[in-house]
Design a protein around this ligand. Structure first.
Ligand code: HEC
Length: 206
């Protein structure tokens, strides 16, 4: 016959086994969750919320599409002004207003402009005079006016602006007359490059 004490022992035993079972179960669950850490999420939402305001468009009139050589020609024929604007005719015939600093200097500084892989003019013609091609600095107004083949940084060299006549300028010669020749600029350009087809965005409609 089962005694009251025996019954208690059995009950306690069942309770202890039950509690141990729960502890093992909880332990097991926690190993499961720690085995798969929370996935890393990018802090930037990949989709832009549709409620964002429409992007602002750049203020002011659009730039003109101008042949790069026309820009040089117009600037030289206008007496190569440093700060005053000059007129240039865009490809579509519109008269546009350009300036040296905003429109011409960037053309000299731009790589990949004349053909894919083209170095910028200023890669070879800059203010490290002794190391440059033809000892000429095309990176600033004073450098351009000082000309080529300068003996020292404060020496004046050969005029490259043809005294204000585009067709007489050294720039015209190296860009246009020397087409197909080894010393056409930018140096190393493909012999069949037609530089008169190079178009830049410069100036704004008048
Ligand atoms: C890869 C280097 C390089 C690049 C790029 C380059 N030049 Fe030159 N340039 C030279 C060298 C070298 C000479 C001298 C050639 C010689 O021995 O006559 C020269 C000569 C000239 C001359 C003639 C100077 C003179 O007195 O004979 C002019 C003008 C000129 N470059 C303008 C430009 C312009 C404009 C550009 C950009 C369209 C340009 N160069 C891009 C290397 C370069």
């Amino acid at each position: 016959m089962i005694q009251r004490d025996d019954f208690q022992k059995i009950l306690y035993g069942v309770l202890v086994v039950f509690i141990i079972g729960i502890l093992i179960y909880v332990g097991f669950i926690s190993t499961l969750t720690s085995a798969s850490p929370a996935p890393e999420r990018t802090p930037i939402p990949t989709l832009i919320p549709a409620t964002l305001p429409a992007p602002q468009t750049v203020a002011g009139p659009a730039k003109c599409a101008v042949k790069a050589v026309d820009l040089f020609a117009a600037w030289i024929e206008a007496g190569y002004p440093e700060t005053e604007t000059f007129d240039v005719t865009a490809q579509n015939g519109t008269t546009c207003v350009a300036s040296f600093r905003v429109d011409l200097l960037p053309v000299l500084n731009e790589a990949n402009l004349w053909y894919p892989g083209a170095p910028a003019c200023t890669t070879c013609h800059n203010n490290t005079l002794a190391a440059t091609g033809a000892q000429m600095d095309l990176s600033s107004y004073s450098g351009i006016l000082a000309g080529s083949r300068r003996a020292s940084p404060d020496a004046k060299g050969n005029d490259i602006l043809g005294g204000g006549i585009w067709e007489r300028s050294l720039l015209y010669e190296v860009l246009i007359t020397r087409k197909g020749q080894p010393l056409a600029m930018p140096l190393g350009r493909p012999p069949d490059l037609d530089i008169t087809t190079v178009v830049v965005f410069a100036g704004v409609p008048k």
